[in-house]
Design a protein around this ligand. Structure first.
Ligand SMILES: Cc1cc2nc3c(=O)[nH]c(=O)nc-3n(C[C@H](O)[C@H](O)[C@H](O)COP(=O)(O)OP(=O)(O)OC[C@H]3O[C@@H](n4cnc5c(N)ncnc54)[C@H](O)[C@@H]3O)c2cc1C
Length: 279
């Protein structure tokens, strides 16, 4: 795994579009975004947002190597909200970065769902709103996790709407005719998107329509999987991801090392709580 050459970028919203009931695409611009270099696929980065009432995210004065310790020392009510997101797309001339935000509440969400600071911010984002990105400056960087080993015959991808930007990026980069089985869980049928790819991808959309449980596990359990050596990339709600990984290892005899699994969020727990757990 390469190192993570990341740096901070000041950005502002160029536009915010509601793509579908549960998804908002925010396009960021910034004076030095020419130095932001996405590795594509599931490229992740850290997003820093202002609290309501602040006009810009409040970051430590020194953004060198010690920034994280300095950020943790700051008052949580004042310091920028930090969240993890995926580069949905990057364009040059002019330099623009798209980020797709899943909204947690709405007509198709389960009862009791709540938005958090980031999804709330995206819901009301307007041109000129300020944010900061901690993002890559080299294409080969440690923020890309989709790395099938040599000898992979086919790819299995699963995720919910938070993983849809990453799955879109992975599909865009898969080799022509590479076999892929893909299951994507979305709140409503209107949240499905075109996913351009040259791969031989068999894509199944699974609509939750207010259900709290994840339909991905049942779909994969019932599936006929292709022969040959698989590589699996699975993301979404943490408990659902863990259960699916167990199924692939225990019931389908996938090699553990050929599974990249990432909890993108955890039911009832904010990303601040998750950071506090590991810090
Ligand atoms: C590597 C990585 C890449 C990611 N990329 C994206 C991306 O491109 N787009 C994207 O939308 N998300 C992405 N996520 C997920 C995103 O970081 C989380 O959903 C995050 O919790 C959202 O922050 P928030 O402030 O809105 O909610 P938080 O304050 O963190 O949480 C508030 C409440 O909402 C719940 N919650 C969190 N996410 C969801 C959800 N999706 N649906 C329902 N309830 C939820 C939490 O359990 C909590 O109860 C990614 C996560 C990781 C680790």
């Amino acid at each position: 795994m390469p190192a993570t050459p990341f740096r901070f970028f000041d950005v502002r919203v160029l536009r915010a579009q509601r793509l579908s009931p549960a998804m908002v695409r925010v396009t960021f611009v910034g004076d030095d975004l020419s130095a932001f270099v996405s590795g594509g696929r599931d490229q992740r980065f850290k997003l820093f947002l202002p609290h309501p009432g602040q006009d810009a995210p409040v970051l430590p004065a020194d953004l060198g190597d010690g920034w994280f310790a300095a950020w943790r020392e700051m008052d949580p009510a004042v310091r920028a909200v930090m969240r993890t997101y995926t580069v949905r797309d990057q364009r040059r001339d002019p330099d623009e970065v798209d980020v797709d935000f899943a909204l947690h509440t709405g007509d198709h969400a389960p009862a009791g769902a709540t938005d958090g600071p980031a999804s709330s911010w995206a819901r009301t984002a307007r041109p000129g709103d300020r944010a900061a990105l901690l993002g890559p400056v080299e294409e080969d960087n440690g923020g890309v996790d989709f790395r099938p080993p040599p000898g992979t015959d086919w790819t299995l991808l699963t995720g919910d709407e938070t993983a849809l930007p990453a799955i879109a990026g992975i599909l865009a980069r898969l080799a022509p005719d590479a076999p892929a089985k893909v299951w994507i869980e979305i709140p409503s049928a209107e949240d499905a998107q075109p996913l351009p790819t040259k791969a031989a991808a068999d894509i199944t959309w699974l609509v939750r329509e207010g259900a709290r449980t994840s339909p991905v596990l049942d779909a994969v359990r019932a599936a006929d999987l292709p022969p040959g050596t698989p590589y699996a990339w699975i993301a979404g709600e943490s408990a659902a991801v863990r259960t699916l990984r167990r199924h692939l290892v225990d019931d389908r005899q996938f090699d553990r090392k050929a599974i990249k699994f990432t909890g993108y969020w955890r039911q009832g727990v904010t990303e601040d709580d998750l950071i506090a757990e590991i810090a």
